[in-house]
Write a protein that binds this ligand. Structure first.
Ligand SMILES: NC(=O)c1ccc[n+]([C@@H]2O[C@H](COP(=O)([O-])OP(=O)(O)OC[C@H]3O[C@@H](n4cnc5c(N)ncnc54)[C@H](O)[C@@H]3O)[C@@H](O)[C@H]2O)c1
Ligand SMILES: O=C(O)[C@H](O)COP(=O)(O)O
Length: 632
């Protein structure tokens, strides 16, 4: 039950949390038991409405809203006593964009809420120092200036939605402000909007509507295309993509998907084939985009990729505008490669009113409405209200997106190992070949310390961060690493192997193994079929010490080229020469081999990223059998 304490001090990021293992049915049962135990004694119940939002339930009893979290086995209320409001001890919450009523109701029960929409940046800065929490959607820019103006008062920023690109996370972290989001409640709305755009585009609904309203009756002009039996490629098979896939199946479409990191079994379960990027774009009649905007996906749809598409393809984008080169899309529409496009998102929002893309006759547009259904906005509002109140009350938040504060003494000891862990994760994921889907990762810590003397949560979180961040727009930290890994179907198991080394060091070495995947670099695969790399900290710097079965010794800085070659003299010189010719500075080199004259691995650290021609030149050295370029 609700505690009577009035404190809502700085979030205690390291407080323990219980995990939700109950099934949905058990949770509903618990929710009802909770309801019974808290209300049956005195209040006659005239109406009950139970609904599930993510892992929590909301229960309207006699039209009064209560929330219940099965993992907490108690009512989800922050540590705020309503009576203390008279003393001004309730948290103050600023809501700067329209939020669903249910969420506002939850917030108002436990805090002083002020809704102030359409604030200018200056107005937001002048108000913010009076608030413990700020809740925004995508329209409010929460900049460094906002955190500075908050003068340490602001404890939590809640993003009522998925994307947190409008919040300066670095500044939030520096100012000790937690940022939480609501990643699940608008998934269905976005998927439904994708399907709405697909069918509206195929049947020219928007164009025909505009024509009729202009007094015309143009039946032959707006003959559409049917979707049944057509192939749709889902690019990004995550939460939204998989829901679009399900719905497209229901429309009788043949569904294929491309997602280098999605588990194949999740796709198979709904009858979807995971295919390569090239296969997806070259065979589809419709292409629906659901990948995050990352450095890899930025403008991934460009002149080159459009030229490889089937002529007359139709494109839907409810993800992020930046994944498309918009000028290239206009060219592809003009040339007829792309017959039509339906877009909810744009590189710049709002786009300029005279944008050629927006004005194009074959383009259907909506103003970023993917999440805008009443249901999604209510769900998002409750999800964010709970997350913000929980954070104000010091709960460990499952949807936190920025780094928590780490105790300085823990951090100073673990710092080099934290960097090693992230780099090993980052390196391991780059060795996976596309299309395989990572499901199972094992981390082996070799240490002289006893099991109670090493907390691996931070290291595990950093390995998870290294694996997931390059392939998604998720921001991973100690708080959300396990949650995000689980959500992405990634199992991370850990093993400690006690070795005789200095107990002064928390860890002797860390090995990362990825099972059941193909590798871009076959030599990274160990005898038992796993991609395997191992690293240690030497002189305070993370080093790679093993790749597959080959010993190497290179510091993990800058970029790395791994080559497998026939062990013979002159190899270092040849490759060094090619790089030198292109002004690429080699920072280190190391060769590891199985036995003399047989196979060897050469690891080359380079400060600059070599261009494709240089890499191809390295690849064409006759003794080099395979090579891979890795960003650390
Ligand atoms: N229009 C809207 O209002 C609206 C609403 C919700 C979400 N979104 C956007 O939709 C996108 C998807 O959201 P989600 O909740 O499904 O996220 P998600 O993280 O669940 O799914 C994203 C998927 O993309 C995959 N991916 C990463 N890199 C890829 C690549 N290079 N090629 C193909 N796939 C790749 C990831 O493996 C992941 O499975 C995000 O960009 C999100 O911001 C928009
Ligand atoms: O990131 C999101 O959740 C969507 O793009 C929706 O954003 P919105 O809150 O501005 O509707």
């Amino acid at each position: 039950m609700a505690s009577s304490s009035a404190s809502f001090a700085k979030p205690a990021f390291f407080s323990s949390t219980s995990s939700s293992s109950s099934s949905q049915t058990n949770s509903k049962f618990s929710a009802l038991s909770f309801l019974y135990s808290t209300t049956a004694s005195s209040i006659p119940i005239t109406s009950i409405k139970l609904s599930r939002h993510s892992r929590r339930f909301t229960i309207h009893v006699n039209n009064v809203l209560k929330t219940f979290d099965p993992s907490q086995s108690s009512v989800l209320t922050p540590n705020v006593d309503p009576e203390s409001s008279a003393l001004g001890l309730k948290p103050t919450i600023l809501v700067s964009e329209k939020l669903g009523d249910s969420g506002l109701q939850v917030l108002r029960e436990f805090g002083h809420v002020e809704c102030a929409y359409n604030l200018s940046p200056e107005e937001l800065c002048s108000k913010i120092a009076s608030f413990d929490a700020l809740i925004v959607r995508s329209g409010t820019k929460v900049t460094r200036q906002v955190f500075e103006a908050a003068k340490g008062k602001l404890k939590v920023v809640g993003r009522a939605g998925v994307g947190i690109d409008n919040v300066d996370l670095q500044a939030a972290t520096e100012f000790g402000c937690l940022v939480v989001n609501a990643p699940t409640a608008n998934t269905i709305a976005a998927a439904e909007h994708g399907i709405a755009l697909l069918t509206a585009m195929a049947r020219n609904v928007a164009q025909a509507d505009a024509s009729m309203k202009a007094g015309k009756w143009e039946r032959s002009k707006y003959v559409g295309v049917s979707v049944v039996g057509k192939t749709i490629a889902i690019m990004g098979f995550g939460k939204v993509g998989s829901e679009v896939a399900r719905r497209a199946k229901g429309l009788g479409m043949n569904v294929i998907a491309h997602d280098p990191y999605a588990p194949a079994d999740r796709a198979r379960a709904i009858g979807v084939d995971l295919v390569s990027f090239e296969q997806a774009i070259s065979t589809a009649d419709f292409i629906s985009l659901h990948m995050p905007l990352t450095p890899t996906t930025n403008k991934i749809f460009n002149d080159h990729t459009f030229s490889n598409m089937k002529k007359g393809v139709r494109i839907i984008n409810v993800a992020r505008g930046g994944v498309i080169d918009e000028d290239a899309l206009v060219r592809a529409l003009d040339s007829g490669i792309v017959a039509q496009a339906a877009l909810d998102v744009f590189t710049e929002e709002p786009p300029s009113p005279d944008s050629k893309l927006v004005q194009h006759a074959n383009v259907t547009v909506t103003p970023h409405l993917g999440a805008s259904t009443k249901e999604a906005q209510e769900g998002v509002a409750i999800e964010i209200a709970e997350a913000v109140l929980g954070a104000l009350n010091g709960e460990l938040s499952a949807t936190a997106v920025n780094a928590p504060m780490v105790a300085p003494e823990v951090m100073s000891e673990l710092a080099p190992f934290v960097e090693l862990a992230e780099k090993l994760g980052r390196l391991a994921v780059q060795l996976v070949s596309g299309g395989s889907g990572i499901q199972s990762v094992k981390v082996v810590y070799r240490t002289a310390r006893g099991p109670d003397d090493l907390d691996t949560r931070l290291l595990r979180a950093m390995i998870t961060k290294g694996i997931i961040e390059p392939i998604s727009d998720s921001i991973i930290n100690l708080v959300n690493a396990d949650f995000t890994a689980k959500q992405k179907g990634l199992r991370i198991s850990e093993e400690r192997v006690v070795v005789s080394s200095s107990p002064e060091l928390p860890v002797h070495s860390i090995q990362v193994l990825i099972s059941n995947v193909g590798s871009k670099f076959a030599s990274a695969v160990s005898e038992n079929g796993d991609i395997s790399i191992e690293g240690k900290v030497k002189y305070g710097v993370p080093h790679l010490i093993k790749v597959g079965s080959f010993d190497v010794d290179v510091s993990l800085e800058g970029n790395l080229i791994l080559c497998r070659q026939v062990d013979q003299p002159g190899m270092i010189g040849q490759v060094g020469h090619i790089l030198g010719d292109q002004n690429v500075n080699v920072s280190f080199m190391s060769v590891g081999r199985t036995s003399r004259g047989r196979k060897a691995i050469m690891a080359i650290g380079v400060d600059e990223e070599p261009n494709t021609e240089t890499l191809n030149e390295i690849g064409s050295v006759p003794a080099i059998e395979e090579f891979v370029f890795l960003n650390l």
